[in-house]
Design a protein around this ligand. Structure first.
Ligand code: 5GP
Ligand code: ZN
Length: 112
C-alpha cells in the first residue's frame, strides 16, 4: 500500500483530522478513535511501513518506543501497556505500523 491510500499516512501528514497529542519529524501520536482504555494513544512513524515485520531500520522502533515512554511521562502515566499487533491474525486492522499505548485501567494478562 502506498501512502496515498493509507489512513495513517494521511493522519501523519495532517490531511485527515485526528486528536494529535504529539508530532515531530519521525513520529505522530494521536488518540485512538475507539479507545479500549481511558488513555489509548497510537504512536506511528510518519513514513509508511505496513507492519512491524516489514521494518528494515531499527531506528524506526527506537523512535516509536522512545516517543511512547516520553508521552507516558508527559501524561504522568505510571502503569501502561505498549502493544503492536503484527498481522491480521494478531488483530492488526490498519496496515501502517502503530504502537498502542493503553493506560488508566487494570489490564489483564494474557491479552485475548
Ligand atoms: P490495530 O487493530 O491495527 O492494531 O489498531 C488499529 C487502531 O486504529 C484501532 O484501535 C482503531 O480503533 C484505530 N483507528 C482506526 N481508524 C482510525 C481513525 O480514523 N482515527 C483514529 N484516531 N483511530 C483509528
Ligand atoms: Zn501509511
Amino acid at each position: 500500500m502506498s501512502s496515498s491510500d493509507c489512513l495513517f499516512c494521511k493522519i501523519a501528514a495532517a490531511e485527515l483530522p485526528a486528536d494529535v497529542v504529539y508530532r515531530d519529524d519521525a513520529v505522530t501520536i494521536f488518540r485512538d478513535i475507539h479507545p479500549q482504555a481511558p488513555t489509548h494513544l497510537l504512536i506511528i512513524p510518519n513514513r509508511h511501513v505496513a507492519s512491524a515485520s516489514q521494518v528494515a531500520d531499527p531506528q524506526v522502533f527506537a523512535s516509536l518506543f522512545s516517543a511512547a515512554t516520553a508521552i507516558a511521562q508527559d501524561h504522568a502515566l505510571r502503569d501502561y501497556r505498549l502493544v503492536i499487533n503484527n498481522g491480521a491474525g494478531a488483530g492488526q486492522s490498519v496496515f501502517h505500523l502503530h504502537v498502542h499505548l493503553l493506560s488508566g485501567r487494570a489490564l489483564q494478562w494474557p491479552p485475548g
